[in-house]
Ligand binder design. Structure first.
Ligand SMILES: Cc1cc2nc3c(=O)[nH]c(=O)nc-3n(C[C@H](O)[C@H](O)[C@H](O)COP(=O)(O)OP(=O)(O)OC[C@H]3O[C@@H](n4cnc5c(N)ncnc54)[C@H](O)[C@@H]3O)c2cc1C
Length: 413
């Protein structure tokens, strides 16, 4: 190892920690990467369902709309944007493909290849050392200057420290919020972390047979007690016994996280037939039941519902499955309409840290220089990745945050 004069310690071997370590080596620094788990990059390896949605090709202005604090992030993005990220990996031999919605994945379809692309150069370079199974506990500071890290394996010293410990989601990957405590000890403020991009639990979920049941093309709204629509999105959802998940719900969970955390009463309204107005759908229900008078209710309901949903529809609408269509009354038609378009389910929480994709909250951006990622409180200390109070929608934006902030933090040294 080099002398401490040229050494940078990176705490956390996730997406941002691995990435900044590579950039620091390119800049001629030596790197000591401290990783708590038996292996680095555990979360990176499960990203994008094992395929790693690296970034998104959308234009800058659109990109920034998906980020929680665009004004803080824009300098990092302008320094190392989505194009630069794609070039970085292509130049290192990793083929990329663009899919629906501008999502970029490795051509191989394996997040492992992204991980190895970042890990191998570190393992092969004598100026880099990775210590695994080593938990950083405190950042050692003298005269408001970071000089080292105290860990479960002893103390290490360096000219600069980078805190890249991630957030709190999927704690089995090592992200358990340690960085927040280390930063707080040094006087940094941590904005209350919340799990987001996560399924929502509703008061009465769906029956067992609807586990992860996909319903396409719904319109989902979040409504408050006064009936005000807080957010509305169109897309696919999954129903299960706790509530709902899927792309649309994940995005909504991010929008309403703070309201839910404050205890606001919120309801989810799923419109299963958004292309038909209530009037038209009610007319259609009346007409279909009139035409199929001699069939059982459950058979007629198949016109609007998948077989797996029938039990829930019948129970919630108070209908007897064996009843003849001709015996249904106007109030029964209205119940079916209610289920299809109007039903409000109270949101009672989210699926928590174990299932959330990302953490909202983290080290306050007011105390971090957006042009260098350096701490405004402690010299020789920088931050990158999810440990910061920065988060984004699904679609590759969160890994771009990790890589852009890491690149900028390295550029500032
Ligand atoms: C299931 C899932 C799928 C995802 N898919 C995508 C996707 O396809 N596209 C996308 O853009 N984003 C995705 N994300 C989000 C993305 O993974 C994160 O934004 C990104 O990993 C954050 O990088 P990071 O380096 O800040 O933190 P992490 O990757 O979480 O890394 C933090 C590292 O720090 C280590 N660490 C923590 N505390 C200590 C300590 N005290 N001492 C030493 N080491 C420590 C941890 O062990 C970990 O290795 C996904 C997230 C999840 C959970």
């Amino acid at each position: 190892m080099d002398t401490n004069n040229n050494r940078v310690i990176v705490i956390g071997g996730g997406a941002s920690g691995l990435f900044i370590s590579n950039i620091l080596l390119e800049k001629g620094f030596s790197v000591l990467l401290i990783e708590k788990k038996h292996q680095a990059g555990l979360k990176l390896r499960i990203t994008g369902k094992g395929r790693c949605n690296l970034t998104n090709t959308c234009l800058r202005e659109e990109y920034l709309k998906h980020i929680s604090s665009p004004r803080f992030f824009e300098f990092a993005f302008d320094t190392f944007d989505n194009k630069a990220l794609c070039s970085f990996f292509k130049n290192r031999g990793l083929g990329l493909v663009e899919e629906r919605g501008g999502r970029v994945f490795p051509e191989s379809g394996k997040s492992l290849d992204v991980f190895l692309n970042l890990l191998n150069p570190l393992e092969e370079n004598p100026k880099a050392e990775i210590i695994k199974n080593c938990q950083a506990e405190h950042i050692i500071v003298r005269n408001k200057t970071a000089i080292g890290v105290s860990t479960s394996e002893g103390d290490f010293y360096a000219r600069h420290i980078v805190l890249a410990t991630g957030g709190m989601t999927y704690p089995s990957t090592g992200a358990t919020g340690d960085g927040y405590y280390m930063a707080e000890e040094l006087g940094h403020t941590v904005v209350r972390p919340l799990p987001v991009l996560v399924g929502l639990r509703t008061k009465d979920g769906y029956p067992g047979e609807l586990q992860d049941f996909l319903v396409k093309n719904c319109e989902v709204s979040v409504i408050n007690k006064s009936g005000l629509i807080k957010a509305k999105l169109f897309g696919d959802i999954y129903l299960d016994k706790y509530g709902v998940s899927g792309p649309v719900i994940l995005t909504l969970s991010r929008v309403i996280a703070e309201d839910l955390d404050r205890g606001e009463t919120l309801f989810l309204k799923i419109d299963f037939k958004p292309r038909l107005s209530e009037e038209k759908l009610l007319a259609e229900i009346r007409s279909v039941f009139a035409q199929r008078r001699t069939e059982e209710v459950s058979s007629v309901l198949r016109k609007w519902f998948a077989k797996q949903m029938l039990k829930d529809v019948l129970v919630k609408c108070g209908l007897n499955p064996k009843m003849m269509a001709k015996n249904l009354k106007e109030e029964d038609f209205k119940s079916i309409l209610w289920y299809l378009k109007q039903r409000k389910q109270r949101i009672i929480g989210d699926m928590g840290w174990k299932e959330a994709i990302i953490t909202k909250g983290g080290i306050s951006l007011d105390e971090v220089d957006s042009r260098t990622m350096k701490s405004k409180k402690i010299k020789n200390l920088s931050f990158c990745g999810e440990v910061l109070d920065l988060d984004a929608d699904t679609g590759g934006y969160n890994l771009q945050i990790a890589f852009s902030t890491a690149f900028l933090a390295a550029a500032g040294l």
